[in-house]
Design a binder for this molecule. Structure first.
Ligand code: DCP
Ligand code: MG
Length: 617
């Protein structure tokens, strides 16, 4: 048995551990491994701010020196000026150097965390259940893994560090002012508490508005993604105008939600600017009066003006940052929603990989209901397929054929009865093991934008030789087509390479399944989407594939099911007829006979029609 490729077993930092009810706590845990680096970023930031404040004290000394309020070093004025000049340059260099270091460290942290998170999310999303994927729009997932992760990166590299910077600047400069003059210190911060309170209130509002905005953006990208995926349908039904209208509607919604956000901002900023501007002005006047009353020197006044700018301006930015931080928090919350999803357990189960799978499948009174469904999609299903035999499922659309075969690889869990594989209940097999032994040829063949060889060798889980790939392609009657391409097996499929027809794609996926060499085979409607000539080729490919494998074949055409060892006719989730073709056609009133009659009549009429055209009547 092939083992799983090493990359599939590789584990990333498990962000699910970081999922906490409290977003701040969760974010802190998300940073695991980066705490020291981030601390370094904050520390260097502090040094940078200290250098700035120190240079303002130097300015004060310089002014006092010039105005005769301070002594020169060793009584030598010239030497003192040179020293002051050098110190200014030195402080500026320290300030810049530390700021640079801090920025680097913060960026490193942010990039590191988000790279790790993207890897984790990709891995995690792949492991989520089928039902999660069938009910989650792809566009929404893409939006989260790209735009929301990016918002988180900005949170770590700009906003969180920015808040730290502001808090540091505030306290360093405030203490500096207090050391100049305590009265000045208190006067300078009178308006800060109300400003903070309003910012926090505003923060809550904006968080809600931004959440709505982000949801709308997801809706927009879902619309876009669906439209691009279904572009053929849109064109075929000439529904461009309708789709355009739909897109415009979502886009309009985004515009409105963006406008609300903008309105809130345009209300808040001028208000806070006015209050803070008045605060600064008041401080200047107050300090000037103190100079006149000889309470402080001119040097102290100058230093105060410099310091107060660095005290108040950060507060103004704090409001802005608090608001921006909310966007990071919202995005983080949206990512947590994905992280919280239960993964599919791939490896749990008592059956070990050593067990040899022969391929006898027994359904015992199986019933099934989708987790979000109300009624049973399958009811009292009982039948047995011997190893290597084939069972055909036929029935009207929606009768439960696909649901039935999807139970075998445990894409969904049956809700009643038992399914046995070689006498052991399916629930005891690890999902990964089952899927290794089951090959599926889907209704809609899917190929990756990689080379044809890679597409055929996909999922074998081991190195395969060119000969193996070729013989699989031969068995699937696609070899001739492939060597007709300029690059042969290295030809790329998709946008940058060749475009394959439906039948060619189908046969490529059949080759893939042949190479995988599964014990059990599921063919879902594999011939319905191709014309009769390719259908014959595909049928030949399928016959090769089916040899010695237990096969479940779903088909709408009698021709495809006639030779099956067992034919199961489904209707509304129940078996209404079961047996071999020869017996089933005998039952005049049976559904099978009806389908048979209709299809042969249609075929006969078609033949007659064609011969009439051919003979020129
Ligand atoms: N169903 C559901 N949730 C899903 C898939 C299907 O509720 N994720 C429902 C829709 C049908 C019923 O289950 O009422 C059976 O669906 P199937 O896809 O199993 O039906 P068939 O495969 O028989 O239909 P078709 O021939 O169209 O492929
Ligand atoms: Mg189906």
């Amino acid at each position: 048995m092939a083992t799983l490729a090493p990359t599939q077993q590789k584990t990333y930092f498990d962000f699910r551990k970081a999922v906490a009810e409290n977003r701040l706590k969760g974010l802190w845990q998300t940073m695991s491994g980066y705490h020291w680096l981030y601390f370094g970023a904050v520390l260097t930031l502090m040094f940078s701010s200290l250098a700035k404040t120190a240079s303002l004290f130097l300015l004060r000394y310089f002014a006092d020196l010039v105005s005769g309020n301070a002594e020169a070093v060793e009584g030598n004025l010239g030497k003192t000026f040179v020293l002051i000049g050098l110190a200014f340059v030195g402080f500026a260099a320290l300030e810049g150097g530390f700021a640079f270091l801090s920025g680097r460290m913060a960026a490193e942290t942010a990039e590191g965390i988000t790279r790790r998170m993207r890897n984790f999310l990709f891995d995690h999303i792949q492991r989520l259940s089928f039902s999660y994927h069938s009910k989650t729009p792809t566009g929404d997932l893409i939006e989260r893994v790209t735009s929301d992760v990016d918002a988180l990166r900005r949170f770590f590299s700009e906003q969180a560090i920015g808040v730290g910077r502001i808090v540091l600047l505030f306290f360093i400069n405030w203490f500096a002012i207090l050391s100049l003059n305590a009265k000045l210190g208190w006067v300078s911060v009178i308006s800060i508490p109300p400003i903070l309170a309003v910012s926090l209130w505003f923060f809550k509002r904006v968080t809600k508005a931004y959440e709505k905005y982000q949801e709308q953006e997801a809706a927009l990208s879902t619309t876009l993604q669906e439209n691009l995926t279904g572009v053929r349908v849109v064109k075929a039904f000439a529904r461009q105008d309708y789709e355009k209208g739909k897109f415009e509607k979502e886009n309009w919604g985004k515009f409105l939600k963006g406008k609300i956000l903008l309105f809130m901002h345009s209300l808040f900023w001028p208000l806070s600017d006015i209050v803070l501007g008045l605060q600064m002005l008041g401080g200047f006047v107050f300090a000037a009066l103190m100079v006149i009353n000889n309470e402080i020197t001119v040097g102290t006044y100058l230093a105060y003006v410099g310091l107060v700018v660095w005290l108040i301006w950060p507060i103004r930015n704090l409001g802005r940052l608090i608001v921006q931080t909310s966007t990071g928090m919202v995005s983080y919350g949206r990512l947590v929603e994905i992280m919280k999803q239960e993964r599919e357990d791939l490896f749990g189960g008592s059956v070990t990989a050593q067990k040899n799978i022969i391929g006898e499948v027994t359904f015992e009174d199986v019933s099934f209901q989708y987790s979000d469904g109300q009624t049973d999609v399958l009811k009292n299903i009982s039948f047995t397929v011997k190893p290597g035999q084939s069972v055909a499922l036929i029935g009207s659309t929606g009768s439960g054929k696909t649901s039935l075969v999807n139970l075998l690889p445990r894409f969904h869990e049956y809700t009643g009865g038992r399914i046995l594989l070689d006498g052991v209940e399916l629930k005891d097999y690890p999902r990964a093991m089952l899927r290794q032994h089951i090959g599926i040829v889907e209704q809609e063949p899917f190929l990756f934008s990689r080379s044809i060889r890679e597409n055929i060798a996909y999922g074998v889980g081991r190195q395969v030789t060119d000969e193996e790939v070729e013989s699989a392609a031969r068995a699937a009657s696609i070899h001739e087509v492939i060597i007709g391409f300029p690059d042969g097996y290295k030809t790329l499929v998709g946008e940058k390479g060749v475009t394959l027809s439906g039948g060619q794609k189908q046969r490529t996926t059949i080759a893939r399944t042949i190479l995988k060499n599964p014990r059990i085979l599921i063919l879902d409607d594999s011939t319905s989407s191709v014309d009769t000539e390719t259908e014959a080729e595909i049928r030949q490919a399928l016959t090769n594939l089916m040899q010695n494998r237990t096969t479940f074949i779903i088909a709408h055409r009698i021709q495809s099911v006639m030779n099956a060892d067992l034919i199961v006719v489904l209707d509304k989730g129940e078996i209404i007829q079961m047996g071999k073709h020869a017996d089933l056609v005998q039952d005049e009133n049976g559904m099978y006979r009806k389908i048979y009659d209709i299809q042969t009549r249609v075929d006969d009429e078609l033949e007659m029609e064609l011969s009439r055209v051919g003979s020129g009547e």
